[in-house]
Write a new protein. Structure first.
Length: 517
């Protein structure tokens, strides 16, 4: 053992011997408490924060993932349903990449990998069946790339090729079953996209032969002959209509929220829109004060009798043909005027609002004049037109906020508990570390004080070895003394100095001297 550590050990043993039994028991208990506290806090502080690695796995995939995690010595936990696997937060991303490189979790369906290996003796029927299986699996994989869809299955019916057109008139058909990842349903645009994806991926498949349902049995899409082309433009129309409803609803809610506060109102808007496209032409003739001659024609006829008969081509009125000495004249004029007219071509674009219905429920009571002013403000903000038949209803009811307040309190309490727990955890570790450091420094100072005091007088003797006594600086008037006298004088000065500076330590050393004698 090095001399430095031996001296420290001797000093600690000396201090313990000077303590009473009660002090020794207190010191032992304090050491045990500090050790247990440090051990518990170290375990608590090093406990990992688990996060979800995979959720909703099949039993087979979960078993394969757990087996790999055990091989990699990665700690894990299973969720309540057994299909959710949790690992420490620091290992989530790395573990996912590592398992993905090994093909885990496995996809339950096999796509065109079926054709990676050629098998002899495969019949044409088997090839057709494998091709259909591969198409279904590939479509299911593509559908599952949408983040709102957790799992999907596709069923395709492909008719046999026939020489007769009558046998192929129905074409192919497909069904899609989706398992949604959350409570948020698919939008109409997403459903429309899935329909067109299916119809564009299979030969002979049209949108009217596609059906989509979820795992709860809800029909998300089904073609209906009575509704016409519901899958095409009508879905876009519904989406436009909903956007208009949400826009008006947002305008009203934002206005009411700024006035009455958050969660103080409920607004619902229903819009009926006309998506018909109308083309019309009109031609209107307008009167004009200025007459513009377009064309003019004048014809004059005349005859003057000189005892000869009139020409045969003259249309002489009856009774005048015999009068050879009579005179005849006729003038025929035709004049055409320009007519003023206006030609208009009208094209009415689709998407006009036919009727607007708004319902507003407010969480407070209002006076009659306040209610009327509020209805006028809502009408102006939403573009309400009473001549069009629009409807606005405003009701005031006290809201039942029991469940909301309960959920808010629970969330707030959970967040506070987590914050307090983390605060106590960190503060406890820091305080315990500080107390341990101060306690150790205090004990070391105490040991060093006793060692310095006792060692100067040669009381620390172990295994027959005696520490050399450091000689203090001798005053000038004592410089002529001998070496033994100087040593005695230094010992005397040290005893006097210790008695004045630290009486308690001096008393312990004196008691030890008396006990040794």
């Amino acid at each position: 053992m090095p001399a430095f550590f031996r001296v420290i050990f001797e000093q600690i043993v000396t201090v313990i011997k000077d303590l009473s039994i009660a002090q020794r028991m207190t010191l032992v208990l304090l050491g045990i408490v500090i050790f247990v506290s440090l051990f518990a806090l170290s375990i608590w502080g090093s406990r990992p924060d688990y996060q979800t690695l995979y959720a909703g796995l099949s039993a087979q995939d979960a078993g394969d993932v757990v087996k790999k995690l055990a091989e990699k010595n990665i700690p894990y936990k299973l969720g309540a349903d057994g299909t959710t696997i949790l690992v420490p937060a620091k290992n989530v991303r790395g573990t996912r990449v590592s398992l993905a490189s090994e093909g885990l979790p496995k996809v339950s369906t096999v796509g065109f990998e079926l054709f990676d290996q050629f098998k002899l003796g495969t019949t044409e029927f088997t090839q057709k069946v494998n091709y259909q299986r591969a198409m279904e699996a590939e479509l299911a994989r593509t559908v599952m790339t949408i983040k709102e869809i957790h799992a999907a299955r596709v069923h395709i019916v492909i008719p046999e090729d026939s020489l007769f057109a009558e046998d192929n008139k129905d074409g192919a058909s497909a069904s899609l079953v989706v398992d949604l990842a959350g409570s948020q349903p698919l939008t109409d645009g997403q459903v429309n996209g899935l329909v067109h994806l299916m119809a564009s991926s299979v030969k002979g498949l049209t949108a009217k032969n596609v059906s989509i349902v979820d795992t709860h049995g809800n029909v998300l899409y089904a073609y209906s002959e009575e509704e016409g082309m519901q899958a095409g433009l009508s879905m876009t129309q519904v989406e436009v209509q909903r956007k208009v409803e949400k826009m008006i609803q947002f305008q009203i809610e934002s206005m009411l929220t700024n006035v009455f506060g958050a969660k103080s109102c409920v607004v619902r808007v229903n819009v009926a829109m006309n998506f018909d496209r109308l083309n019309s032409d009109s031609e209107t003739y307008l009167p004009s004060d200025v007459q513009n001659v377009r064309s003019e024609r004048a014809v004059e006829e005349g005859y003057k009798g000189n005892n000869s008969p009139p020409p045969a081509n003259l249309n002489i009125p009856a009774g005048q043909n015999s009068a050879q000495n009579s005179n005849y004249s006729k003038t025929d004029e035709t004049r055409n005027f320009e007519l003023s007219k206006r030609v208009e071509h009208f094209t009415k674009s689709p998407g006009a609002i036919q009727k607007l219905s708004i319902a507003v429920i407010l969480d407070r009571k209002l006076k009659d004049d306040e209610k009327q002013n509020l209805m006028d403000a809502i009408s102006s903000a939403s573009g309400l037109d009473k001549n069009r038949g629009d409807i606005l209803t405003l009701s005031t009811f006290p809201f039942d906020k029991t469940s909301l307040e309960k959920d808010t309190k629970e969330m707030k309490s959970m967040k506070q508990n987590e914050t307090i727990l983390m605060t106590f955890k960190n503060v406890g570790l820091v305080l315990l570390l500080i107390l341990t450091v101060f306690y150790a420094r205090r004990q070391l100072r105490r040991l060093s004080t006793i060692s310095a005091s006792g060692g100067a007088w040669g009381v620390n003797q172990v295994a027959g070895t005696t520490r050399e006594v450091p000689l203090p600086i001798i005053p000038l008037e004592d410089a002529e003394l001998s070496a033994d006298d100087q040593k005695k004088q230094a010992m005397k000065n040290s005893i006097i100095d210790m008695a004045h500076t630290d009486p308690e330590v001096f008393a312990k050393i004196l008691r030890r001297w008396l006990s040794e004698d």
